[in-house]
Design a protein around this ligand. Structure first.
Ligand SMILES: Cc1cc2nc3c(=O)[nH]c(=O)nc-3n(C[C@H](O)[C@H](O)[C@H](O)COP(=O)(O)O)c2cc1C
Length: 172
């Protein structure tokens, strides 16, 4: 296993906290953590394995023009990059109690954009472990990454991250 680049957006909140907790749980590879606004096109060319974390802060935020600098920068680079032969796992911060019909939507939007740019996505998780109505990240019975709700389910997050890290060891 080569190095993994873990990038996330936005900075300063639970997404950043989760980014470092996930990086600490990855024991099978060197995991370099970088906020979204610091990632360059060269980084996306250099690495083969990525973990991308994204918070959902609105219902239809891709291209809405209201996003934070980290998210906008990540989206711009993704739009310019060909992810053929790149493998990516996603995690998403959300709140299933306040936004049950749009739980971690942004992770699903990112997944679609990355697939359109030929990325292989790994790290899907069972949706049954969460209570929500709908999500753009829902793929049949699975969610297209690790959903984390630090607002209302902080107590389960550590265990979820630990399990996901073991899953990634097999899938990345
Ligand atoms: C304005 C706003 C809109 C939000 N919209 C959603 C949403 O549509 N779906 C969701 O799952 N969570 C939503 N959330 C919850 C956030 O994703 C959650 O609080 C997350 O931890 C924020 O990331 P941060 O702590 O890194 O800033 C929203 C939060 C805010 C403040």
């Amino acid at each position: 296993m080569e190095k993994i680049l873990l990038t996330y957006a936005p900075q300063g909140g639970f997404t950043e906290q989760a980014a470092y907790e996930i990086a600490q749980s990855i024991t099978f590879a060197q995991c370099n953590v970088m906020p979204g606004s610091k990632v360059s096109e060269k980084d996306f060319e250099t690495y083969t394995f990525f973990i991308i974390g994204i918070a959902t802060l609105g219902n239809d935020s891709w291209n809405s023009g209201k996003q934070d600098a980290d998210t906008v920068h990540l989206q711009n680079i993704i739009n310019k990059t060909d992810f053929s032969k790149k493998t990516i796992a996603l995690f998403g911060l959300g709140n299933a109690v306040l936004y049950p019909s749009h739980f971690v939507d942004e992770m699903g939007i990112f997944e679609q954009q990355l697939i359109a740019k030929h990325a292989s996505i790994v790290g899907y998780t069972p949706a049954i472990e969460y209570t929500f109505k709908d999500s753009k990240a829902l793929r049949g019975t699975q969610i297209c990454g690790l959903a984390l709700d630090y607002d209302t389910e902080l107590h389960t997050s550590k265990e979820r991250i630990g399990r996901w890290a073991l899953q990634l060891e097999k899938e990345l």
